[in-house]
Design a protein around this ligand. Structure first.
Ligand code: PMP
Length: 322
């Protein structure tokens, strides 16, 4: 659908996947006014269609839009369109173990105008694609490079928004990680380069001496929906959990003391991604012998169980499409 000043969001439609045309002066090309989301639909063994907390994605989309001066969408209407579409195209959702239909809603500025001001016109689109299992060969721990010089986001910036510029700001560090044979970047705070923020497309958790910790939301971290769900799960299991400031020094000292039991990332794509190795300032920390720890495994099995309808959903996280 499209947005025009004075008319609001208009003309919702389903069209075949094909290239779109935009004016070369469309403001998104020049000033990066765009936001996006990512969520998944699952088809259960008994042919039910489940979405995982879709209202959270649409709320976050509107929060991102607000930060980028993009007009809000009607969350209920959009969820309604999405449900209608999935009902029509149920067969798009794959059924093999670990597979799902990835849903990518996004909004971008279309007004042709080279002045630096919020666009007066936008397009909201949703593209959908079946995705395979993130872990083709079973869940396995990843290596992480801790970035010490580049900054992805600072407080008051756009770090809490899912907007294009945050990701292109991360490419240089990702290149370094790849050169070092590591698959992900761990970002530190933009001011002191001391406190842990998040991984490239995941939030991060550590299990230190029995306590599970994750960086508190501080105005520059993305509020991950998997993160929020993992926190609720851990609390429901009676575990000792805290959201607080965590420095790399604390992690290193816990490692040296043999108290860094597990580390894992959380996000829609991988759900849980155990961390096998952390590389910080020339220091290498091998975690849990590069094996998937029992907590990571239990969280992965529980969350994917709820998402795919194999397990009960005591939290009412899934939305069934009927
Ligand atoms: N941080 C960043 C920067 C991300 O791109 C993502 C993926 N959306 C996450 C964290 C994890 O968020 P979620 O659990 O909602 O997928």
């Amino acid at each position: 659908m499209d947005y025009l000043e004075g008319e609001g969001w208009i003309n919702p439609r389903i069209v075949p996947y094909e290239p779109i045309s935009l004016d070369p002066a469309a403001m998104v090309f020049h000033y990066g006014q765009s936001v996006f989301e990512g969520l998944k639909a699952y088809r259960t063994e008994d042919e039910r269609i489940l979405l995982f907390r879709p209202e959270k994605n649409l709320q976050r989309l509107n929060r991102s839009s607000d930060r980028l001066s993009i007009p809000a969408i009607d969350e209920e209407k959009v969820l309604g369109y999405l449900k209608e579409f999935l009902k029509l195209e149920k067969d798009w959702i794959p059924t093999a173990e670990g597979t799902s239909l990835y849903i990518r809603p996004f909004i971008f500025a279309t007004e042709p105008n080279l002045s630096v001001a919020p666009s007066k016109a936008y397009t909201f689109m949703v593209i959908l694609s079946p995705v395979g299992s993130y872990y083709a060969e079973g869940i396995h721990p990843v290596g992480i490079y801790v970035e010490n010089s580049y900054t992805r986001a600072v407080r008051g910036g756009t770090g809490t928004a899912k907007t294009a510029g945050n990701y292109s700001a991360a490419y240089k560090a990702q290149e370094r990680a790849t050169e070092m044979g590591q698959s992900q970047v761990l970002w530190l705070d933009g001011v002191e380069k001391k406190y842990i923020e998040e991984v490239g497309s995941m939030n991060v958790f550590f299990k230190i001496n029995g306590e599970v910790v994750t960086p508190a939301l501080n105005g520059s971290i993305l509020e991950g929906i998997t993160r929020m769900s993992i926190l609720e799960l851990l609390k429901s299991w009676g575990m000792n959990v805290s959201e607080r400031r965590i420095s790399m020094e604390e992690i290193y000292q816990a490692y040296e003391a043999g108290q860094l039991e597990e580390a894992f990332g959380t996000g829609t794509a991988a759900v849980i991604s155990p961390v096998g190795e952390l590389n910080w300032d020339g220091r290498k920390m091998v975690i849990n012998d590069r094996q998937t720890g029992p907590l990571s495994k239990k969280l992965y099995d529980t969350l994917t169980g709820i998402q795919t309808g194999r397990l009960d959903d005591p939290f009412n996280w899934t939305t069934e499409i009927k």
